[in-house]
Write a protein that binds this ligand. Structure first.
Ligand code: AMP
Ligand code: MG
Length: 332
């Protein structure tokens, strides 16, 4: 189906193996009107926009370009980097950055600290560690505890005058676990503001389905990471988002255990809970993005605890490794 579609779409960037790199497959059905599909590379990810309105991809792309200048951790000129290079001085920031920081604080509380955007220096330390490869031993607890001193959501102060103060020298805010979802939501709003009521936005697996696809829901397959072609379930989405967090791209194996690039901020060490991937379907891509990361950290037990405290309409798909077996847990 996807192959057939490519005959009637226009493509700006052809990315080999793209569909294999994301954890959700898209099935495009009921295509009476030709769909336009564009792919961009931005914000360190592939951005795909599908809509019968030819204006959609440009609008989404522009919105991503605007927001990348706010949230990019690695761009020294981004708003986030400007904030990260200060300490004990209020910094004027955009309402977008304030909104994401406020939601991040909320998610931090709701997940008992599993979701924590204040540990940028820790996450960066582990990314460099994974990149170096050839791992002979893990860093010592003392080293990690030293880095953890530069973390703490309570040290990010959101002031009433659209300023933010970082109250600890060396603390770096990393919004990598939530900003992509937020950008997708903002792009969907930008489309609605321009009168576009039907589109699918896919930013490297963070997906929002706006309206219907020619009167049918958008059909998104939640991929089973343990099988190349396997699908856990097909989800029919209308005005809903799906995001996935997993240890399939950045990880290292050490002494028979798989360590992910997602870190437990309470221990400072990579998650080894046996979770392979978590997909969250929700009305809101920002929350889905943040929670998928948090659920990855705390596994099945944490997820059950969360759901008993905060009953929700979200659908959650968690794949875990149990001995040699992989198990799919579905919550709906
Ligand atoms: P995601 O792919 O949405 O799960 O986000 C993963 C990214 O979020 C990582 O590459 C880190 O930059 C950052 N991160 C890692 N662990 C956490 C955590 N426990 N809470 C918040 N952000 C995290
Ligand atoms: Mg996330």
């Amino acid at each position: 189906m996807v192959k057939k579609m490519s005959q009637i779409i226009c493509k700006r960037v052809s990315v080999a193996g793209y569909l294999l790199s994301v954890f959700c497959f898209l099935f495009l059905c009921g295509c009476a009107n030709p769909l336009h599909k564009d792919t961009f590379i931005i914000a360190g990810t592939y951005l795909e926009v599908i809509s019968k309105d030819s204006r959609a991809s440009q609008i989404v792309h522009e919105e991503f370009k605007r927001m990348e200048k706010i949230f990019n951790f690695y761009d020294k000129d981004s708003e986030l980097s400007r904030l990260n290079n200060t300490y004990n001085a209020p910094v004027k920031v955009s309402s977008e950055l304030i909104e994401v920081l406020k939601l991040s604080k909320q998610l931090n509380e709701m997940t008992d600290g599993a979701f924590d955007v204040s540990c940028g220096s820790l996450y960066n330390f582990w990314k460099e560690f994974i990149k170096k490869g050839n791992i002979k031993e893990l860093p010592s607890k003392e080293t990690i505890n030293g880095i953890l001193e530069n973390c703490g959501m309570d040290k990010i102060k959101i002031n009433t005058d659209l300023t933010v103060t970082i109250e600890r020298k060396g603390l770096k805010v990393d919004l990598g676990a939530i900003a992509k979802g937020y950008m997708v939501d903002k792009a969907a709003t930008a489309l609605k503001n321009k009168g576009i009521s039907s589109a699918l936005i896919n930013a490297g697996g963070d997906i929002y389905c706006l309206g219907t696809n020619n009167k049918n829901p958008w059909r998104v397959g939640i991929k089973n990471p343990s099988e190349i072609q396997g699908i856990i379930e097909n989800e029919d989405l209308v005005d809903e988002a799906v995001t996935t967090s997993g240890n399939y791209e950045q990880f290292f194996d050490f002494e028979g255990r798989r360590y992910s690039h997602i870190i437990d901020p309470r221990t400072g060490f990579p998650v080894t809970s046996g979770v392979i991937s978590v997909s969250v379907v929700s009305k809101n891509c920002t929350t889905a993005d943040g929670l998928a990361t948090a659920f990855f950290v705390d596994g099945i037990e944490g997820l059950n605890k969360f759901l008993s405290k905060y009953p929700s309409t979200m659908r959650i798909f968690m794949v875990t490794q149990e001995g040699k077996q992989k198990r799919v847990h579905i919550f709906r």
